[in-house]
Design a protein around this ligand. Structure first.
Ligand SMILES: C[S@@+](CC[C@H](N)C(=O)[O-])C[C@H]1O[C@@H](n2cnc3c(N)ncnc32)[C@H](O)[C@@H]1O
Length: 219
């Protein structure tokens, strides 16, 4: 019997174009944001538009109202996610780079999302260590330093509601995840992936979309 259905279909250039055309969260505003971020010298490492739509689906499916993002760059994913929140939703965008924070604040204002996005200039660790116990999130998105992911989950776990989710980008380590031996980032992500699937507080899967999202549901 053929094992065709056991294998993932490779995402060819044509399929990637198909997904971008029909399953993208990117509009003109987000496209311009990407271009402006690039012109401002920021690295082109924001989530893909296809990941954006998927994150919006998750947020809507768990009725997320309060979201935390660690690592925000130019605000592309923050604005994408904030758009999927209800009128009284809030997203905290924690970013270590002050210039990036200024850029995000400008874009958030332009997007008319000042009520929904709070930009915090801090390291993810300092932010989480000083977070009051009563700050509880529905969804936490990790997209900062990969070596910090495990620590972020440990620090953030008490602040995530049951039925909430934590998602981490770059779960496939730019394709290096299955042979991570000579790449520090890939090793850190591999260790994180194992940490998540062995963590009894979460039900975890990895979705190979963009550079991969590891997603844990808080039990
Ligand atoms: C991959 S980019 C984030 C992309 C963004 N989530 C998006 O999709 O638009 C990673 C960001 O994490 C920030 N960062 C790195 N280390 C950090 C830390 N320890 N705490 C908070 N942010 C950090 C970097 O400055 C960078 O802007």
């Amino acid at each position: 019997m053929s094992d065709m259905s056991l294998k993932s279909t490779p995402v060819t250039e044509e399929i990637e174009s198909y997904l971008k055309k029909y399953f993208s969260s990117e509009d003109e505003f987000l496209y311009n944001l990407r271009m402006e971020a690039k012109a401002a010298g920021m690295p082109e490492i924001s989530i893909s538009p296809i990941q954006g739509l998927f994150l919006q689906l998750i947020l809507k499916s768990i009725n997320a109202k309060k979201v935390l993002e660690i690592g925000s760059l130019g605000g592309y994913s923050a604005i994408t996610m904030a758009r999927a929140l209800p009128y009284d939703g809030i997203l905290y965008a924690v970013e270590i780079n002050k210039n990036y924070c200024d850029f995000i604040n400008r874009k958030v204002l332009e997007a008319g999302l000042s009520d929904k996005v709070k930009v915090i200039n801090s390291s993810g660790r300092d932010f989480l260590q000083n977070l009051p116990v009563d700050e509880i999130f529905d969804f936490i998105f990790l997209d900062a330093d990969k070596s910090g992911y495990i620590n972020y989950v440990n620090l953030a776990n008490p602040h995530l509601r049951k039925g909430g989710m934590i998602a981490a980008d770059n779960a496939l380590a730019m394709g290096k995840i299955s042979d991570a031996s000579d790449d520090e980032n890939a090793k850190a992500i591999h260790n994180f992936n194992l940490f998540m699937i062995n963590n009894q507080d979460f039900f975890t899967s990895l979705v190979p979309i963009g550079d991969g999202l590891t997603i844990g549901l808080k039990l």
